[in-house]
Design a protein around this ligand. Structure first.
Ligand code: SAM
Length: 286
């Protein structure tokens, strides 16, 4: 059955069978742990048809053969298949919690020349780490200037190299930037043509890196807070549990873990935390 036959709409440009879908989902699972069940056949077709076209192929079978041996095109396919939906101050209660319960002690530590490390794991186009920094820098430019001289850093990682390039550029459509509360937006974003640019003092605090959450992490040291939100929804239960265990290991005792609104901690991991708010967890000592 072709993608067009499944939906009864106009003839699809490329022949795409359930076996093709199965081959692509197996590759994607192997590379990223992202699940693409048969119900996602239309989505896969829609995301990859432009790749098939730009590779000047005429069918999915040839495209599947191509991504089997061409690592660059396999990366392009993975980039196309990740869902990067995000927004500034998404699930704003996490930022409120962080500012109220984590930030005062961390700010003190910075004032005493200590270091603070935060991880935005699966950061997509960067709204999450930038929101956090804007919240910390506040609406006074002087506070941000002072903090920019401290040892405060956010590691922001994602699987998609394409979305990371957009994140590092720090330029957003105006309606996207409208999600930043006005006092912060007017201090930390500048309108350039039809885009809003994040201030360099904020951008300089973030290191954007490609990191696959299911592979080994080249990370030394522990984090004071980890935001790992709205990525586990794409994984199966064993993958979620493994990932959560590793996140717990990577978090300093007393640090906070923030997960997405529809995500839960596995029972084996939940014992290492105290739930202190909606999808907000304090890592127990030890
Ligand atoms: C829906 S976005 C979430 C963005 C942000 N954390 C938020 O909550 O708004 C999910 C992100 O997870 C990334 N992702 C998916 N699988 C991944 C993996 N195995 N390793 C790292 N990132 C992954 C995708 O590229 C995508 O940018």
């Amino acid at each position: 059955m072709s993608a067009a036959a499944r939906t009864g709409d106009r003839q699809a440009e490329f022949h795409f069978t359930p076996a093709d879908h199965q081959a692509i989902s197996a590759m994607v699972y192997e590379e990223s742990a992202i699940l693409l069940p048969p119900g996602k056949m239309q989505l896969v077709y829609g995301r990859l048809a432009p790749r098939v076209r730009s590779c000047r192929l005429t069918n999915f079978a040839d495209y599947i053969a191509l991504i089997g041996h061409d690592a660059k095109e396999r990366t392009a396919a993975l980039n196309a298949l990740t869902t990067n939906h995000t927004s500034f101050f998404r699930e704003s209660h996490h930022f409120d919690h962080f500012m109220e319960h984590a930030w005062p002690a961390l700010e003190q530590r910075l004032s005493a020349r200590g270091k603070v490390r935060i991880w935005s794991a699966a950061c997509s186009s960067g709204e999450e780490p930038y929101s956090l920094l804007m919240a910390m820098f506040g609406k006074e430019r002087g506070t941000g200037q002072r903090l920019s001289r401290t040892d405060l850093r956010i590691l922001a990682t994602d699987l998609s190299t394409e979305i990371l390039a957009a994140a590092a550029a720090g330029r957003y459509a105006l309606d996207t930037a409208a999600g930043v509360p006005l006092p912060l937006r007017s201090t930390w974003m500048t309108k350039v043509d039809d885009r809003a640019e994040v201030h360099p003092l904020i951008r300089d605090r973030v290191s954007f890196r490609m990191l696959n959450l299911i592979e080994p992490w080249p990370i030394k040291g522990r984090f004071d807070a980890i935001f790992c939100r709205n990525v586990m929804i794409y994984f199966d239960e064993p993958t979620k549990e493994r990932l959560q265990t590793r996140l717990a290991d990577q978090l300093a005792p007393g640090g906070f873990l923030y997960i997405g609104h529809s995500e839960r901690l596995a029972a084996s991991v939940a014992t290492r935390f105290t739930c202190v708010g909606r999808t907000t967890f304090l890592k127990n000592d030890a």
